[in-house]
Design a protein around this ligand. Structure first.
Ligand SMILES: NC(=O)c1ccc[n+]([C@@H]2O[C@H](COP(=O)([O-])OP(=O)(O)OC[C@H]3O[C@@H](n4cnc5c(N)ncnc54)[C@H](O)[C@@H]3O)[C@@H](O)[C@H]2O)c1
Length: 406
């Protein structure tokens, strides 16, 4: 019989990612927050105030609590591998934020450590978990519209001008949009095109020298299924592509359109990178600028990662926060969605199902290793001006989407 008791979760890193997951953690009865650790004293004090639990001194001390089932690791990218290894060695199931890590070697160590400890390893949240993506994938797998031929994914944001820690603007340390945002976009198109990338060409762009690493890219991925995906991302944008998503923001909120002048003005006079890092921290959980309000106040729709067109042989499918638009020979149709009851519940569905009921993960370590491999190939393709082939970590994740049953 399936378990129904709450999963007892410890948190490693109470920053921005945790701030975004918090509404899910507090609203979904399948999750019970039971411990936390973070060097940031204010965030720990807030956790104690909200949950009546004193934060642990470090991850090792937190994992000594035998009643914790799993750890959500939302520390900076460069610490993911080290933190996963500690949690796994202490017998905890692991949910680690994207990107899985910065190098393929780190990913392989994480996978091996979790396998050896016989604990689950899930990587996310990424927007591949979003309900509209899951439902589009179901339509594709029904073969009703024929084979996926081409996917176009676009996102224009102010990502580069949101306050950052110094390393978030240094590519070698995992900075720039390819690691942080490519991890979403690549995950989404891999889900829709069969997972198995054959070749990658890309050009990244860095056009603001004050914000050191890549802020934009175009990439073309070819898949084993025969599909191809074109990815466009700009974190320098003045135009907000949420306008093409009925003005629903990435997090599902209505009228979530950024003001480019305001975003840039916030950074004026911030010549010391540590001052900017402090501003980032102040806006997070427990910080002086944190409002305490849930991320999704007001009407809520499904989350998304920008406009997406999935061109199948017999229809174009457009997943959006409110439903999937289907244009086919039979005309124009909207497969409307109910509003989500709890944001990002799909992520808990997957993790809870795996840890508590032994179900298979879709976004496991092997999957996320494949996504990081593509992101690294995008950087490499741009640097060497070549097409990257012979990717080694792509095969065998999801049912082939190429074979049409009709
Ligand atoms: N899926 C999403 O929507 C999403 C959104 C934001 C960030 N992220 C991911 O989350 C990760 C963190 O990014 P962020 O923007 O939240 O950064 P952040 O700086 O806002 O938060 C990181 C937190 O980790 C803490 N930390 C540092 N060292 C630690 C340690 N040794 N032990 C425990 N905690 C430690 C920091 O004090 C900070 O509170 C990144 O990998 C990022 O890609 C994911």
């Amino acid at each position: 019989m399936n378990s129904t008791r709450p999963l007892r979760l410890g948190i490693c890193g109470l920053g921005r990612a945790f701030t975004l997951m918090l509404p899910t953690f507090t609203q979904d009865p399948r999750i019970q927050l039971v411990a936390a650790t973070d060097p940031n004293v204010q965030a720990c004090e807030q956790f104690e105030k909200d949950f009546g639990i004193k934060a642990s001194e470090n991850l090792q001390a937190m994992c000594a609590d035998k009643t914790i089932d799993a750890v959500y690791i939302a520390s900076p990218h460069q610490l993911h591998a080290q933190h996963v290894l500690v949690a796994a060695s202490m017998g905890k199931h692991v949910w680690v934020e994207k990107p899985m890590a910065i190098t393929l070697d780190e990913c392989l160590q994480m996978i091996n450590a979790c396998r050896a400890a016989q604990v689950q390893l899930m990587v996310g949240h990424s927007h591949a978990f979003d309900w509209p993506v899951l439902k589009t994938r179901e339509l594709i797998l029904s073969h009703r519209y024929g084979q996926v031929q081409m996917v176009t994914a676009i996102n224009y944001t102010d990502f580069l001008y949101r306050p950052r820690r110094p390393e978030e603007l240094i590519t070698e340390l995992g900075g720039g949009v390819v690691f942080s945002q490519g991890a979403h976009q690549v995950d989404v198109v891999r889900r829709l095109c069969g997972g198995d990338v054959l070749s990658v060409s890309a050009n990244t762009r860095t056009w603001d020298s004050k914000r050191g690493s890549e802020g934009a890219y175009n990439a073309l991925l070819k898949f084993h299924s025969g599909a191809q995906a074109s990815l466009t991302y700009s974190g320098y944008a003045h135009f907000d592509s949420n306008l093409w998503m009925d003005s629903v923001g990435e997090l599902g909120a209505e009228n979530a359109i950024f003001n480019p002048a305001q975003t840039r003005a916030r950074l004026k006079g911030m010549d010391d990178p540590m001052q900017e890092a402090q501003l980032k921290s102040a806006r997070n959980y427990g910080g002086s600028l944190w409002s305490g309000a849930p991320a999704q106040a007001g009407p809520m729709y499904h989350q998304h990662f920008g406009p997406l067109v999935v061109s199948c042989e017999k229809a174009d499918l457009r997943p959006t926060p409110k439903g999937i638009f289907i244009d086919s020979d039979d005309g124009h149709e909207l497969l409307a969605f109910e509003a989500p009851k709890i944001a990002r519940q799909e992520v808990v569905d997957e993790f809870y199902g795996a840890v508590m009921n032994g179900q298979a993960l879709a976004h496991d370590g092997d999957w996320a290793l494949g996504t990081l491999e593509v992101c690294l190939a995008m950087l490499d393709a741009s640097k060497t001006q070549s097409i990257i082939k012979d990717l080694a970590h792509q095969h065998g994740f999801v049912p082939q989407l190429g074979a049409s049953s009709s």
